[in-house]
Each structure stands twice: as C-alpha cells, then as structure tokens.
Design a protein around this ligand. Sequence first.
Ligand SMILES: [Zn+2]
Length: 480
Amino acid sequence: MHTENLMEKIVSLCKRRGFVFQGSEIYGGLAGTYDYGPLGSLLKNNIRDSWLRKFVHTRMDMYLVDAAILMNQRVWQATGHVDEFIDPLVECSNCQKRCRVDAIVDEKDIMGLVARHGGSATAEDLASAQKFVGPLMKYILEQEHVTCPDCKKVAWGMPRVFNMMLETRVGAAADSTSVSYLRPETAQGIFVNYKNVVDTQSPKLPFGIAQVGKAFRNEITPRDFIFRVRELEQMEIEYFFNPDDTEKPWQELFDYWKEEQLEWFTAIGIDAERLHDYEHPAEARAHYSLKTVDWEFEYPFGTKEMSGLAYRTNFDLSRHSEFSGQKLDYFDEDTKTRFAPHVIEPSVGLERLFLAVLASAYSEEILENGETRVYLKLAPKIAPYKVCVSPLLRNKPDLVEKAKVVFQALRDEFTYVVWDDSGNIGKRYRRQDEIGTPMCIVVDFDSLDNDDVTIRDRDTAEQVRVPMSELSEHIRTRLA
Ligand SMILES: [Zn+2]
C-alpha cells in the first residue's frame, strides 16, 4: 500500500501515542538519540523477544552472551576500528555544514564516478571510507555540481575521514591507558568470549553465539528518524563452523541463514514485497569477507540496509588471537584435529527493524462518513497490547464490574491486556487501532444476560459475540 507522507505520519503517530520521543526532549534534545515510550518499549521488547525465541531459545546450537559495553582498548586495535571505523566527512566552506560524503553522492555509483573523472582506486580503498576522501573526491563533488543541502552552494572543503567511535575514559588516570570506547558493535563481545563459551559449554561445531545489546556511533549526520542514530541496539549472531566440512559447505550455511532471516522478518510483519536482498560486489566487500548480503527495505525515505549477513572467515578470531596471545581455535574430539573455525554473521539493528515493522503496519481506510481510520496492522505476537477490555458505558456499575472480571482473568493469561474506559466506544476503538491492538473486547448489556462479550477485530472492524467460557481459547487461537 502506498501512503502519502508516510514518514511524517509514522513520526507523528509515534509521538502522539507514546512510541518514540526525541531524546532529552525537555532540554531541546540530543541529536541522534531517541527515547522509547510506554508503547514503543513494549513493541521493541516484543521484537527482541521474538528474535531470542527464534534464534536462541528454540535452537540446540546457540549460546547467548551479554558482554560489557566498555571493553579493553586492545579489542578495537585488533579489529582495526581505531584506525578504520571512519566515515568520509566534508564541510561546506560557505555555511560550515558538515556532511557525510556518501550521503551526498550515490554510493553504488562511486566506481562509475571515480572512473568517469579519471581516477583510480584500489579494491581496498573502495571497501572503506577512503574512497570518499581526498582531492579526487573534492574534484568529483565540484564536477558533478553536488550542492550543499543547506545553502545550495558548491563550495566544498577537502573531504577527510572522521572516526565514529565514541571515546571515553575509564578510572581516575588520565593517560592513554585509560582510554576506552562505547562499543561500536556488539560482535566483538562475542569473539572475545569465544574461548569462555567453548571452555565452559563444550559446544560441537557448527554452533552460534548470540548477543543483543547497545552499540554507539558518532554519526556525522544522524537522520531519517530512528534509522541513523548515535545509540542503537544490535542483535547479532556469530555462527562458527569448520571451513573444511565438505558435507556442509559455507555456501549452504550462508543460504540457510539468509532464509532464516527472511522467514523471521516476515513472521514479525515486515512486508516481504518491500524487502530485497543486495549482494555486495567483491570490490566493495571488506577484504576478509568472502560474501556479504544485505536485506534492504523500502523505507519511506528510500531503499536502505535493514540487516546484514556476512561470511567473515576467521578474520576476527585470528586477529584477537594475534593481539591477545591466546589460542582461539577449536579442537575436534572425533578427528583429533585443531583448526580455526570460520563464521557467518547474521546481524540486524533493532531500531531499523522497528521502523520497517511500523512502515509495513501503517494502514489507512476511508470510512463511510469521510473520516480516515488509521490502524497499525502489527503481527499479534509483537503488538504492544494483545487485547483491550472495556465496559460499553463506564457509568453503569454492572457493566464495569463484569468487564473487570473479564480483564482480571485475561490479564493473568496474556501479555499485555489493557483496560480502557475513557471517552466513548468509538474513540476507544480509534485509539486502540492506532497502537495496533488486535482485539477489543466490550462488555455490553447483552453480556449481563447471555454471559458473552463482543470482540472487535482491528483490521476488519468486524465484531463477533463470544461466550465467556470460550473467550480465552478464542483469543489464544487468534494470537497464534
Ligand atoms: Zn552550505
């Protein structure tokens, strides 16, 4: 479904109904940070829980870790982040606006641009931010008449690199040994704990280590609401396997994980029609990766990366082994061989999923009276509230009392059931529609005689009467 101004409508609904607020709002905000309100917190938790259920709890080969956000600075020297976690930055010399170069030129056309303007770049350059910096890029910006988004002039300074790690100090000493970083990704918390997991759990290959947690990036220009932010949450898996296993070659494992990702995305209600896989060309991949495929989503502001899948070989473990001096390998008891396992990494950003879920769920319907009904067609399993219970009229004690009985009984069984008796019934429906509550239960006068209730469906607005004795079974079926 195509909706006009979809992004504005989602942002407005998020604020109006308590999903997402600007971070530190009463102080004028802090760019690139957002706070999740009562509804947004529930939705985020439900997406996270669904991921944990699918990829950790229902599997025999997955181990969950929760590593510290602050890590020894050597971790980020080993991975190359200290030198290479960079974005290309350029400043407008007319208005001093700072831009990411890859935000003002088309990243996918970068090879073409470089070639067209007589430049050459190594494969390594093209896989990093280096391709967007230096005199050649300045020349390209000028020749292509790329204008400043603020003042519309072409007056660029020299494009240079900017490290996106958020640096901090740990402890009282002010020397270089106290430097730490708010981790730029959760993956390294997994690799650094590889030996701990192997030593304590004795897993058999292939197996995965999963982690959910916050990561931080000092984005030059945070934008597109919660899509590009400075504080984010990642859900990552490192799936370790024997690269010499001829029965299960890596290509097969890679395809398997790609399908698993897609299956789960659609299960939580992301519109499959708006999802596309994008394989990074060899020259644009990180040098250690043999294959990288993104799942892209058609966001209202363009088709962008929502999640990634990368075959990272044994790059991370070998670097950590080198820098730490520890053996980070695997001993196969059956074949009595020792080797370095390889990994496939399925990863996804929770906020990007959250936004794809909302963009997929947002729906409008023109009613007979000409008004527009807005509803969030959320998958019931991730909807913040599953059921809303209310008495038809709140000033009729019989109705209120009976509705309270229904509410208490359901609340013990389902997470969450909400009580709503404010305003008239039409307003309640509109409110619950907007926050995506799949079912509204109303206790009316007939309920008193017949011991039944009406259940209204969020998507069709149709109502059915269900006997009290069958109510919980009925709800369970519809939530499944
Ligand atoms: Zn400018």
